[in-house]
Design a protein around this ligand. Structure first.
Ligand code: ASP
Ligand code: MG
Length: 466
């Protein structure tokens, strides 16, 4: 079904907002897209200006030790300077716009005052404070666009992005969100919109962040709710690569990825796209373009992510890694034989909202791989388990995980041999291996200190010249 006059969702990230020059470039890019997509309505998702989220996180964590007034002054100055500059570099006559900006920074000041009175930062205040990076930046960009005769309506997520309420790292409840957005569909259709990314609100109305890099997720949630034609994420890389260019030699730019492949890669460490961002797109088969910001806007030069299960010649599309893993090990002579032990373990973890990344079992051991930040809580829950079969519990934090992802890798001869052959040549010891849990990935654990070498060697074997 062709969707003439539909929506295009475009996200700009922090690296697109480094200085006033980069705002002009963003505006030029928006003009280009408007020109190409005359029939469509644009929805822009904006993240905080470069480095601002980190500074807000730092301020909120150290509010007792820093000069908050001074920090807010800097925050104001930085955004105000963007509004004061006209395109020809001359200073701009400002009144209303700066007042409005000031009001927003005053709001933030009042929140900090409340926090100081309480002597600690409740989670809801923390998320609210950090969300101001996006709020301020979306406001500034809207005003800059307006000056150029480009009218975008600023729409705030607190009115329609509903989350599960998990502070710092919330998931969006897609159906309630879609319902609220559809109720005002005409508003969305009648104007181009600009939306601050990175947060939504819980059912109780508390601001909840969507995790670092969460503006990607805001973009795909909106695409889902509006049934957009496509989503564009501008990145400071050319698109999606076969490996992290800081680690591997000559990474290849991928033309295509499937939703599943991207999900696996993001889940296992590739930080290009937020790991929750794929799910909303899958349900409605909305293509996602990961595009470089430099050069002309050209979808055919971006990596397109869709539901096409494309098998590349090499099968493997990308190698990624994460060192955010802790291994919790349950030992017992009969663990593998007795039914229900793993069930009990995962049930208890779920009760405390603890996510198990994956599980590798043998006859005498069950290994849970979890995020490092969850380790203390996972160990606490593990110690409370009263299961006869468990004789000993221990953990390790010195491991890292490498993932090899691509359609067909599991049923193609020789890929595992290549991967493990390369590692053995490089004298890298592999601890645990798992393949087959998903159609598109294979992963293994190595010593954390060797992980970059492991990634480089595997990538070289799979993508290097013969
Ligand atoms: N500004 C937020 C961050 O730095 C969200 C984003 O960039 O998407 O994590
Ligand atoms: Mg970012």
């Amino acid at each position: 079904m062709s969707k003439i006059g539909g929506f295009v969702v475009v996200k700009f990230g922090g690296s697109n907002f480094k200085n006033s020059q980069s705002y002009s470039e963003v505006i030029a890019k928006i003009r280009e897209i408007l020109e190409l997509e005359k029939e469509k309505t644009l929805v822009l998702i904006v993240s905080a200006a470069y480095g601002i989220t980190d500074r807000l996180v730092n301020a909120v964590n150290n509010f007792q030790n820093i000069d908050v007034r001074n920090f807010l002054r800097e925050l104001y100055d930085l955004h105000a300077s963007l509004l004061e500059v006209t395109n020809d570099g001359n200073s701009y006559e400002i009144t209303e716009e700066l007042k409005e900006l000031e009001n927003r920074v005053f709001e933030l000041e009042r929140i900090f005052d409340a926090v100081k009175l309480l002597h600690k930062v409740p989670n809801f205040a923390k998320d609210l404070i950090i969300s101001y990076g996006e709020r301020l930046n979306a406001y500034v960009l809207q005003k800059l666009l307006q000056r150029e005769g480009l009218n975008f309506e600023l729409k705030m997520p607190e009115e329609w992005i509903i989350t599960d309420g998990k502070f710092g790292n919330a998931s969006v409840l897609l159906e309630p969100t879609k319902h609220l957005i559809e109720k005002r569909l005409n508003d969305w259709k009648n104007n181009h919109s600009i939306v601050p990314g990175f947060y939504g609100v819980s059912k109780d109305g508390d601001v909840t962040l969507l995790g670092r890099g969460g503006s990607d997720y805001t973009a795909t949630v909106l695409a889902y709710a509006l049934d957009a034609n496509y989503v564009v994420l501008f990145k400071d890389v050319n698109g999606f690569l076969s490996g992290d260019p800081k680690i591997v030699e000559n990474p290849i730019l991928l033309e295509k990825l499937s939703y599943d492949e991207l999900e696996e890669l993001s889940y296992f460490g590739a930080k290009i796209v937020h790991s929750n961002a794929v799910e909303p797109l899958k349900n409605r088969s909305i293509p996602l373009y990961v595009c470089s910001f430099s050069g002309n806007f050209n979808l055919s030069k971006c990596t397109v992510v869709s539901n096409e299960k494309h098998r590349s010649e090499r099968c493997v599309k990308s190698v990624s890694f994460t060192d955010d893993v802790a291994v919790v090990q349950f030992f017992g002579a009969n663990l593998g034989r007795v039914p229900g032990v793993l069930g009990e373990i995962s049930k208890s973890m779920a009760q405390f909202g603890l996510n198990i990344k994956f599980v590798i079992t043998s006859q005498t051991a069950i290994n849970l791989i979890v995020s490092k930040k969850d380790l203390p809580e996972v160990m606490r829950v593990a110690e409370t388990l009263r299961l006869r079969e468990i004789e000993k519990i221990s953990y390790r934090t010195d491991k890292a995980l490498v993932a090899v992802v691509g359609y067909g890798l599991l049923d193609t001869h020789g890929i595992a041999a290549k991967v493990f052959g390369a590692l053995s040549k490089g004298e890298i010891n592999v601890d645990m291996i798992s393949a087959g849990a998903s159609e598109v990935s294979m992963y293994f654990l190595v010593d954390a200190q060797n992980v970059k070498d492991a990634v480089r060697m595997v990538h070289n074997e799979l993508f290097g010249e013969d």
